[in-house]
Design a protein around this ligand. Structure first.
Ligand SMILES: Cc1ncc(COP(=O)(O)O)c(C=O)c1O
Length: 440
């Protein structure tokens, strides 16, 4: 057993209050990993665990990339930190310029944050600030979608549509369009046929609230944590058209779908629908250093670049906005994506991925399988009297069998690193077949 594993075996688990985890359940039977490389973790009991989720949808280039480690080390020893409030350092400008080059058309103004949650709250504030700058300060209402996830800030949970994340807290003025899950779409491959009309829910909210009160609509192009729900054919286009009709900004949360997850730099490019603002995080640094970026269109950015030049245009920012070390990690990550053509690699693997996931359709309890790019979900019929139990047991069973999957209710979600091979896709299907077959 190596040093890291030995240390893990003697770890006191009591002090760490774990996020989004049933702490007591976990600490009674912990699942610990101690190192990672490429597509694999090593567990504290010395097993190799295939990373079926790219960490938490974020390690897109695979683990322990030496180029990123070297860039981070170099940056730490060159300029470890400098504020971005009224002073600058070149690497943040360089990184923003590089990001602008791969951004969807026109989304070439980049505001740095530290996480997906901060990106969501920043984007929502930006939308409200945009309307205010144009003399429409009454447009403050935010619209999200049921089953949407935009992190855990007050803005994100207000537009978010996951009830457990919302029910305990005071929320901002927000309303929601329906989610797009529909049993009529069960076992669709890629984008489902049914549900384009659910975008028209926005018309009803406009009728209810008045367009002049609505600042923005925020959706994930593919809902992630809410169940991996690819958009129905034509749905995003219709949402875009309705936003244009009513002067409402469209925000895409691409925290998961950005940086190649769907085989294109961003979902926006894959689907051919460009939002006004786009949030990103996760894969932007291959998850090595926390960082997020909000991409704004010229329309939004330029509306705020008005008034006296001595006045701060957007009263918003974080101590670590544009952190030089995070930017160094991000630049090294973009280099890897480009050099290894990883977004194209993900696109090329998507067909194998789809076939492998849908090969599990015959298994007991499986009521739906969804996929797009290198994302996927397998949904189970809830066990009577024990909702979410099958999802949880599948997650634990997979870990024991050497695979990480994510669970959130009665489905498991998968999103492997983009470097995955055809053989590894086959291995994921094989492990899942064993695990799901054994579910009660
Ligand atoms: C779509 C989406 N938005 C926002 C977030 C929040 O990101 P973070 O956990 O970095 O705050 C997540 C996290 O999974 C996400 O999936």
């Amino acid at each position: 057993m190596d040093d890291a594993a030995q240390l893990a075996n003697h770890t006191d688990l009591s002090a760490y209050w774990m996020p989004f985890t049933a702490n007591r359940q976990f600490k009674a039977a912990p699942r610990m990993v101690v190192s990672a490389s490429g597509m694999y973790y090593q567990s504290d009991d010395g097993r190799e665990i295939l990373d079926g989720t790219a960490g938490l949808w974020c390690v897109n280039a695979g683990h322990a990339r030496p180029e990123i480690a070297a860039a981070v080390h170099h940056q730490l020893m060159t300029l470890d930190y400098a504020s971005s409030f009224n002073s600058g350092h070149p690497i943040a400008f360089d990184f923003a310029s590089r990001l602008a080059k791969i951004a969807p058309p026109g989304l070439d103004r980049v505001f740095f944050v530290n996480s997906g949650s901060e990106a969501a709250d920043t984007a929502l504030k930006m939308a409200i600030a945009y309307h205010r700058a144009r003399g429409e300060g009454q447009r403050t209402r935010l619209i999200g979608r049921e089953r949407g996830y935009h992190g855990v800030g007050f803005g994100g949970i207000s537009v978010g549509g996951l009830v457990n994340n919302r029910r305990a807290y005071p929320l901002l003025s927000a309303d929601h369009i329906r989610h797009t899950a529909d049993p009529a779409n069960a076992f669709s491959r890629g984008l489902p046929d049914h549900g384009v009309e659910r975008a028209d829910d926005l018309e009803q909210l406009v009728a209810l609230h008045g367009a002049e009160t609505i600042a923005a609509v925020m959706v994930e192009p593919v809902a992630g944590a809410g169940g991996v729900l690819p958009p129905p054919k034509g749905y995003l286009e219709r949402l875009r058209a309705l936003c244009d009709k009513h002067g409402i900004l469209l925000i895409f949360d691409e925290v998961i779908t950005g940086f190649g997850r769907l085989g294109a730099p961003f979902a926006s490019q894959l689907f051919g629908v460009t939002p006004d603002i786009m949030t990103t995080a996760k894969g932007i640094t291959n998850a090595t250093i926390p960082l997020g970026a909000v991409f704004a269109s010229r329309k939004v950015h330029d509306a705020l670049m008005q008034g006296p030049e001595t006045v701060t245009e957007f009263f918003h920012g974080y101590t670590y906005s544009g952190h030089p070390v995070a930017c160094a990690a991000g630049l090294a990550t973009l280099d890897i994506y480009a050099r290894e053509d990883l977004f194209a690699h993900a696109a090329a693997r998507s067909a194998d991925w789809e076939t492998a996931l849908h090969s599990l359709r015959d298994l007991p309890h499986v009521i739906d399988i969804r996929n797009v790019g290198l994302m996927g979900a397998i949904e189970f019929a809830p066990r009577p009297g024990a909702p979410a139990a099958r999802g949880y047991e599948a997650m634990v069973g997979a870990f024991e069998a050497g695979l990480t999957v994510r669970f959130a209710g009665d489905f498991i979600a998968l999103s492997p690193p983009l470097i995955i091979t055809a053989e590894q896709i086959g291995r994921i299907a094989e492990i899942l077949r064993g695990v799901i077959s054994a579910l009660d």
